[in-house]
Design a protein around this ligand. Structure first.
Ligand code: FES
Length: 98
């Protein structure tokens, strides 16, 4: 009798670290960027409040609000300035005032 062995040829040998492809945006609530993007695509979330409501991201310490705003604006969450514009209070990277 023959013995049949199955080999998984689909699973990649090398994978990018999870943190690089889908970073955690909100550490308090454990929400990843993919969840926020899903809230945008499926739930039509377009504001921080809507993301807060749909995902619970940003509903505890709120330290991640900047990263959520960056994801909403289509920027990478983990890079770029996240300070607030002293004139308008909007995140500097997203600020439209001069
Ligand atoms: S890190 Fe998102 S609410 Fe604290």
């Amino acid at each position: 009798m023959y013995e049949v062995k199955f080999v998984n040829l689909v699973e990649p040998v090398i994978q990018a670290p999870e943190a690089e492809s889908d970073p955690v945006i909100c550490a308090c609530m454990g929400v990843k960027a993919s969840t926020i993007k899903m809230a945008m695509e499926v739930g039509n979330a377009s504001t921080l409040d809507e993301v807060n409501e749909l995902t619970q991201a940003g509903t505890a310490c709120r330290a991640c609000s900047c990263r959520i705003e960056r994801v909403l604006a289509g920027f990478p969450a983990q890079c770029g300035p996240c300070s607030l514009c002293p004139a308008c209070g909007v995140i500097s990277k997203l600020c439209q005032c001069a």
